[in-house]
Design a protein around this ligand. Structure first.
Ligand SMILES: Nc1ncnc2c1ncn2[C@@H]1O[C@H](COP(=O)(O)OP(=O)(O)OP(=O)(O)O)[C@@H](O)[C@H]1O
Ligand SMILES: [Mg+2]
Length: 321
């Protein structure tokens, strides 16, 4: 598994990850869903001297609190009803290796205290255990929230935050990675074509426009899924706009949206000036692209400078854009 990118910021981040991999420092990886946080964690493990030892991942959001506690720290026989045998926790299993705590922001505040102790002391207490067990584990935590904000909201211990945030790697969203959308789309096109015994030559112009214009809230995972499907329905090696299906309940396909914009909203009603119509189209497009000016300008076929000037005009009229 390789982190593919053409974005310089992400390349530098990968370089930094490889460097810090050599230390035992705890690492916090932040980034939106699907940006490649787990991939990054695996890269760190693989690049470290711990790579012959286990890489263990646990998702703090997916497991109920009491179960998460016994999964992480283990338990002794008879520690609670149903504990027929002793069981080692993930910390012990990851001994010598790396433990990935996925979605750390979702960890219950009480468990956070216990986790902090393990990090500070380098030993775990099994539930019902009599003596602590020494563990040597590199911890990597991920979150798709800004953990500092969760601390501010009193949902996350500040002391634990500082312990985890020794090294911070924040992976940029796909939409902010310049040429990555197109480069990764092409790469996935090739990969999935190979896998499915199909040929891949490229994208039609309109397909590229849709890919470029979309904001990819699900990031690389979403792009990967969309391209996989597109490869399967593509004909003669070309992925066309019809093959690009963006499957989000709250999103229309961009082509539908464009059609909507051009047919219904751009129609004239009495009292409307061209300026007003333009303004409503621009604001709609901006909203559609989550406020991203680069994508909005591109989708509307105007320069960013023009867009900025128009938004500045609207601001002068008291609008918050
Ligand atoms: N730069 C990349 N190059 C190739 N594949 C990538 C890249 N980034 C992510 N992927 C792929 O996208 C998918 C999602 O990546 P990953 O699971 O690492 O994301 P994540 O940030 O952990 O997401 P989540 O927050 O939803 O857990 C995986 O299939 C992964 O292989
Ligand atoms: Mg993940």
């Amino acid at each position: 598994m390789e982190i593919k990118t053409t974005d310089h910021r992400l390349m530098e981040l990968i370089q930094l990850a490889k460097t810090v991999a050599q230390s035992k420092a705890t690492i916090l990886i932040q980034g939106e869903s699907g940006t490649g946080k787990e991939l990054m964690a695996k890269l760190i493990h693989e690049s470290s001297t711990r790579n012959a030892k286990p890489f263990i991942a646990i998702n703090c959001a997916a497991i109920p609190e009491n179960l998460l506690e016994s999964e992480l720290f283990g338990y002794e026989k008879g520690a609670f009803t149903g504990a027929m045998n002793a069981k080692a926790g993930k910390f012990e299993l990851a001994h010598g290796g790396t433990l990935l705590l996925d979605e750390i922001s979702e960890m219950d505040i009480r468990l956070q205290a216990k986790l902090l102790r393990v990090i500070q002391e380098g030993e775990v207490d099994r539930i019902g255990g009599r003596k602590p067990i020494a563990v040597d584990v590199r911890i990597i935590a991920t979150t798709n929230q800004k953990l500092a904000d969760v601390v501010k909201a009193d949902q996350f211990r500040e002391d634990l935050y500082f312990r985890l945030n020794v090294v911070n790697l924040t992976i940029p969203a796909l939409r902010d990675r310049g040429g990555d959308v197109e480069a990764l789309a092409k790469q996935f096109g090739k990969d999935f074509a190979d896998k499915n015994g199909k040929v891949f030559q490229g994208f039609s112009e309109s397909a590229i426009r849709i890919i470029q214009g979309y904001s990819w809230p699900g990031n690389v995972r979403e792009l990967e899924n969309v391209i996989e499907r597109a490869v399967i329905t593509s004909q003669a090696g070309i992925i066309s706009d019809r093959d690009i299906v963006i499957d989000r309940p709250s999103f229309h396909n961009l082509s539908d949206k464009m059609e909507m914009l051009s047919s219904s909203q751009a129609g004239w009603n009495p009292g409307q000036t061209l300026d007003k119509i333009e303004k409503s189209v621009i604001l709609d497009a901006l909203k559609y692209h989550n406020g991203n000016r680069t994508h909005t300008a591109k989708a509307l076929g105007i320069s960013i400078r023009t867009l900025r000037n128009k938004l500045a005009d609207y601001r002068r009229d008291g609008l918050k854009v």
